[in-house]
Design a protein around this ligand. Structure first.
Ligand code: AKG
Length: 286
């Protein structure tokens, strides 16, 4: 048995009007194959180019260890020089990923290599973020704290993306007071004996190749698996839905601080309780 996933539609190009009508308004994902064809990044961006341009930068790295109460929110697990990291990615599979690396702050000249596409949404200019990963590494199933619309551009290699909308949360073993599902679920081949509610979830899947962009609607859950080493850039546009905006404000100002406080007070017991609650809540409602 496999997850109930349908292929995300793929288009070669798209007009602003069609994007808004067919994907943004109904909040459906889409892969656009040729949106980046006229960017310098399309021919320039590769792991080798990143090594040349940012080789001396110390980069924060994340692996797939479970959340520890001692870690701060999104706190890195290690750091390495970018040149050593790219060598590692090319040499062997590694769990180490770069997550949310702000290009403008770190390597401003990369800004000349791309533009903010005119797709009918106001993209946030200050927040282009980079993500890197090694063969077979993955990013846990999560959604973004601000429930933004995300345009996820992929470079070098192949990446699998599995998505669910927020209505599926009740089947996904969502950990309370967080933005993640149980980290021990392998969404590429889930154990349905252990996680039976996943049988009811309906989601989406695609493989992204060099230069392709995936549009992820507001608050969509995403699980990314790097099939080969590569990297991606996300551009985002704020949610336009008042309900999602209030959830984003709640997440940023209340949820995150409450969770940090509880980690300090209750330590690992808080994390263990949340993980148990993820199963109890899901099995209660499915
Ligand atoms: O590709 C990744 O490693 C994570 C991407 C992601 O979480 C995002 O674009 O919001």
């Amino acid at each position: 048995m496999q997850l109930n996933l349908q292929n995300i539609p793929r288009v070669e190009t798209i007009t602003k009007a069609d994007f808004l009508k067919h994907y943004f308004k109904p909040q459906k994902p889409v892969v656009i194959r040729h949106l980046t064809k006229d960017w310098p990044a399309y021919s320039k961006w590769s792991l080798e180019y990143m090594k040349d341009i940012a080789g001396d930068k110390a980069v924060p790295l994340y692996d797939d260890r479970p959340v520890d109460y001692k870690d701060g929110f999104n706190e890195a697990h290690a750091t390495m020089k970018m040149s050593d990291y790219v060598d590692l990615l090319k040499r062997e599979p590694t769990k180490y990923r770069i997550f949310l690396w702000n290009i403008l702050k770190e390597i401003p000249q990369l800004q000349k290599d791309f533009n903010f596409p005119d797709i009918g949404l106001k993209l946030m200019k200050g927040l282009p973020m980079l993500f890197f990963g090694g063969r077979d590494s993955h990013t846990f199933m999560h959604y973004d704290i601000d429930l933004a619309n995300i345009f996820h551009f992929h470079f070098e290699g192949k990446k699998q993306c599995i998505l669910f909308d927020q209505k599926q949360s009740k089947y996904l073993y969502k950990v309370p007071h967080s933005l993640i599902t149980r980290e021990d679920i392998d969404f590429t081949k889930p154990d349905f004996e252990k996680w039976p509610a996943l049988k009811n979830a309906k989601g989406w899947v695609c493989n992204l190749n060099h230069g392709e962009v995936l549009y992820m609607p507001e608050g969509y859950w995403h699980y990314m698996k790097y099939i080969t080493p590569g990297f991606s850039m996300s551009l985002r546009a704020m949610t336009k839905n008042p309900k999602n905006l209030s959830k984003a404000i709640y997440n940023v100002f209340l949820m995150r601080n409450y969770d940090n406080l509880m980690r300090r007070i209750r330590g690992q017991k808080w994390i263990d309780w949340k993980n148990k609650k993820a199963v109890i809540n899901t099995h209660k409602s499915f």
